[in-house]
Design a protein around this ligand. Structure first.
Ligand code: F6P
Length: 363
């Protein structure tokens, strides 16, 4: 097998707290332990299409552990297999994977570490099938990548959303209102579930459990009769009513996933106010959940995933993603990862525990 001298690393898709911890771990271990050279590719696969990269050294990954975002930049609009090329007002989509492969070869990159969500890992798998030696590392605040129990970024997002709920409690209580907090989670309700339970939410709505507004309104009225002055509703952006659909905020041109959700809290808020007669306000947490410094847990997880990725490359285990199973770090074939999202199972213990405590899931 060809020995490794030079490693490429890129971050692709949406950013996420903990990416820099991974970049730092891969770079430091590759340099110190194995004497490899590390090349940071800028802005995900875009940097491989347009040859934008820089050498990573011990010095330039110093001090980044605590930084949110990614020092390499990222984009979710540069799938090399469906790359948008705009001439004038006309955009066509071209397969530029051969350009990427040529540029990797010119750069003499022996192994490419791709840090991203399901879209990025899918692209990485295709590159692997075309002969590129790839190792994947899962990232997303949504915690919904298949093949791993947890992704870094999730813990930080849950902390931020929980703090939001904590703050809403006092204002809701003081003014006897329903307060609705909308959190991220397109198809998986992990953030809503965990932050909802951690923050003592009274109603938690997740995409996996379609809701019935009259059910929620009934629950809130019952709470009022029991002397509760306020209600906190935590809703994932991808939550939808039984038989209904998600609320779309905008369509993103050129993205591999064009739909951007948002606004379900406004819709629910208006309806609940009508149905209960209780004044209602809503807050959309949005990108606050993705920004800022990663939690200690995410720094550690990112560091360990980066370290394990280097182990896999040294052992020649290409075409795999590093995943977490229980307390272990495992290798997962990329072919198994790129198949949709990891949803909250309906029999998840936390749903049962929350229900037993009187939390309403809208059904
Ligand atoms: O996948 C992570 C995520 O944060 C989703 O929860 C959210 O719907 C989406 O990204 C937002 O993407 P953008 O940054 O393009 O608005």
């Amino acid at each position: 097998m060809k020995t490794i001298k030079r490693v490429g690393i890129l971050t692709s898709g949406g950013d996420c707290p903990g990416l820099n911890a991974v970049i730092r771990a891969v770079t430091r271990k590759a340099i110190h332990r194995y004497g490899y050279e590390v090349i940071g590719i800028e802005d995900g696969f875009d940097g491989l299409v347009h040859n934008r990269h820089r050498k990573l050294t011990d010095q330039n990954v110093s001090g980044i552990l605590t930084l949110g975002g990614t020092i390499l930049g990222t984009t979710n609009r540069a799938n090399p297999y469906k790359y948008p090329v705009t001439r004038g007002t006309n955009t066509t989509y071209q397969d530029l994977s051969s350009t990427v492969i040529k540029n990797l070869s010119k750069l003499k990159i022996d192994c490419l570490v791709c840090i991203g969500g399901d879209g990025t890992l899918d692209t990485s798998y295709h590159l692997f099938q075309q002969g590129i030696r790839v190792i994947g590392i899962p990232k997303t605040i949504d915690n919904d990548v298949k093949g791993t129990d947890i992704t870094f970024g999730f813990d930080t997002a849950v902390h931020i959303a929980t703090e939001g709920i904590d703050r809403l409690h006092t204002t809701a209580e003081s003014q006897h209102r329903i307060m609705i907090l909308e959190v991220m989670g397109r198809s998986a309700g992990w953030i809503a579930l965990y932050a909802g339970v951690a923050g003592g939410g009274d109603v938690i709505l997740i995409p996996e459990i379609p809701y019935h507004l009259s059910e929620i309104a009934g629950h809130i009225k019952e709470r009022k009769r029991g002397g509760k002055k306020s209600t906190i509703v935590v809703v994932a952006e991808g939550a939808k009513p039984i038989g209904g659909d998600v609320v779309i905020q905008r369509m993103v041109k050129d993205g591999s996933e064009p739909i951007r959700l948002g606004g379900v809290s406004f819709v629910i808020g208006q309806e609940l106010e009508k149905l209960t007669g209780i004044e209602t306000r809503n807050v959309v947490m949005g990108h606050l959940q993705r920004g800022g410094s990663p939690s200690p847990f995410d720094r550690i997880l990112g560091t360990q995933l980066g370290s394990k990725a280097v182990d896999l490359m040294v052992e020649g285990r290409f075409g795999c993603m590093v995943g977490v199973k229980g307390k272990d770090f495992v290798e997962v074939p990329l072919s198994k990862v790129a198949q949709g999202s990891r949803l909250v199972p309906l029999n998840h213990l936390l749903i049962k525990d929350a229900r037993d405590l009187g939390v309403c899931f809208g059904n």
